[in-house]
Design a binder for this molecule. Structure first.
Ligand code: SF4
Length: 472
């Protein structure tokens, strides 16, 4: 693949690009005379109805006119963005998840091969924030980036605030202009760009009065700020905080501390929901808080449009409700004895036990929930999305022979669905567990379809169903 953006991997048949003669292997350089630097440029310039596309084919430069509807996709799929073009972060956050990760391709004793390369990229790229909802700190924006944001109105962005107090944010984020977050958000607003924000909370560091002030400061920035989420810090055995200007050591939330955070945020939520015409609370707690404290998850109305679901805000409620709506599709019985294993991180066990209780009503079906302890990142890490193939395999190997169907969350894999975090391939994983059938599912519907398929009914995994990734 050429080391630049614009290489066409695939042209969708019958699309405007296909009709105009674009082919896989072409290198799109310009649209209507504008250089296509990346996917954002492509989407921005390709939105017009009349396009003059400049491209290279076998080292010859060509141009083609394309006519399309304003809402019609051009029909060009690109190869992956080459890594050197991803904007890397300029920070040294005290809680950075990547801190201290073992070196790639230097496996620890008993490890598979090292870790997925993309895990080592400290991306802080506003373009990915716009395209995929990645959170960014805004500390690495240069004047040209601000100009581009203004020109292309990339809204909304997803912004990691953590704390609004300038001195404390400087100490936590340790990056250029880290203390200017309020000014940065105001500047976005002056360009007509809004943002969803997150506060990663650390006990005794930026919660309590800091949290209260952060919420008040961000509320004052409405409507530029569209939502606030509070998320507990993710602690692995690698990212223990280095000494930094007298901050307390990094540690996990106790149940009492998590309850205090919930109480503080719920105070705001009540006030804000009462003022909002749709009753939305504006400030959200990620699901982990409810797991830590064993409190009930709020109802679906609380989450509105689930604007931060990819950040773990409302995923569990979404899953519970989706399951309740679709479980009537479960078969009443299996034609013969079948055994299903639901594999997950330790956090989601109570929820998966609820799903398993429904599955156990199916005649001839034996169901087990198998929690996997995260040996690689440490047992503090309880979400399924950070499980490595080696840990899942080790947890399953003795028990795999006791299951005909093993269901795992798709969130354990990369975007392409072929590798775990530790580079173990799905192919190898499946081979090691054969003859058990292994399925990676994204949501309640795919789980139900997989169960239906072993009853000899249904379509297997229907990819057209709602695609909301679950971390559970
Ligand atoms: S911005 Fe993200 S990747 Fe960069 S140091 Fe902070 S936590 Fe790590």
């Amino acid at each position: 693949m050429p080391k630049m953006y614009g290489w066409v991997r695939e042209v969708v048949p019958e699309s405007p690009a296909d009709r105009a003669g674009l082919q896989s292997g072409d290198l799109v350089r310009t649209i209507n005379g504008k250089l296509v630097r990346d996917l954002v440029d492509f989407r921005f310039y390709a939105a017009d109805e009349d396009l003059l596309i400049g491209f290279d084919r076998q080292e010859a430069q060509r141009e083609v006119h394309v006519k399309k509807g304003i809402d019609e996709n051009l029909g060009v799929l690109f190869g992956e963005e080459p890594t050197p073009f991803i904007r890397q972060c300029a920070n040294k956050c005290v809680f950075c998840f990547l801190k201290g990760l073992p070196e790639r391709y230097s496996p620890q004793p008993g490890m598979h091969q090292g870790m997925r390369a993309s895990l080592y990229i400290k991306d802080d790229d506003y373009r990915y924030s716009f395209l995929f909802g990645n959170f960014v700190t805004l500390t690495n924006l240069k004047e040209l980036d601000w100009q581009r944001l203004d020109e292309q109105k990339l809204t909304p962005l997803y912004v990691s605030v953590h704390v609004t107090d300038p001195d404390l944010r400087r100490k936590l984020v340790i990056g250029p202009r880290a203390g200017e977050i309020i000014e940065h958000i105001q500047r976005l607003g002056s360009m007509g760009i809004n943002c969803h924000t997150q506060l990663v909370l650390m006990p005794g560091i930026n919660d309590g009065p800091w949290l209260e002030r952060s919420i008040r400061d961000l509320l004052a920035l409405r409507p530029i700020v569209e939502s606030i989420s509070a998320v507990p810090v993710g602690l692995t055995k690698y990212n223990n905080m280095i000494e930094n200007e007298g901050l307390p050591p990094l540690r996990a939330y106790t149940v009492d501390e998590a309850n205090a955070v919930i109480d503080l945020v719920e105070g705001f939520q009540r006030e804000l929901a009462a003022e909002d015409p749709d009753g939305l609370p504006f400030v959200y707690l990620s699901d982990e808080w409810y797991y830590i404290t064993n409190r009930e998850f709020p109802p679906a109305q609380h989450y509105g449009f689930y604007s931060q679901i990819e950040n773990g805000v409302g995923m569990t409620r979404f899953l519970i409700d989706q399951w309740a709506k679709t479980k009537r599709r479960l078969p009443a019985s299996m034609p013969e004895k079948q055994r299903v294993a639901l594999v997950t991180g330790t956090m989601a066990v109570p929820i998966l036990e609820g799903l398993a209780a429904d599955l156990r009503k199916i005649e001839n079906l034996d169901v087990q929930v198998l929690p996997v302890i995260n040996q690689f990142f440490g047992d503090n890490v309880t979400v399924a999305g950070l499980l490595c193939g080696q840990d899942v395999l080790a947890a399953l190997q003795d028990r795999a022979s006791a299951a005909d169907l093993i269901l795992l969350s798709r969130v354990m894999l990369d975007n392409e669905g072929v590798r775990f975090l530790d580079d173990m391939t799905v192919e190898e994983f499946k081979e090691r567990l054969a003859p058990a059938r292994v399925e990676f599912v994204r949501n309640a519907q795919e789980t139900i379809e997989a169960v239906r398929s072993i009853a000899g009914i249904g379509r297997g995994n229907d990819r057209r169903l709602v695609r909301v990734q679950s971390r559970l």
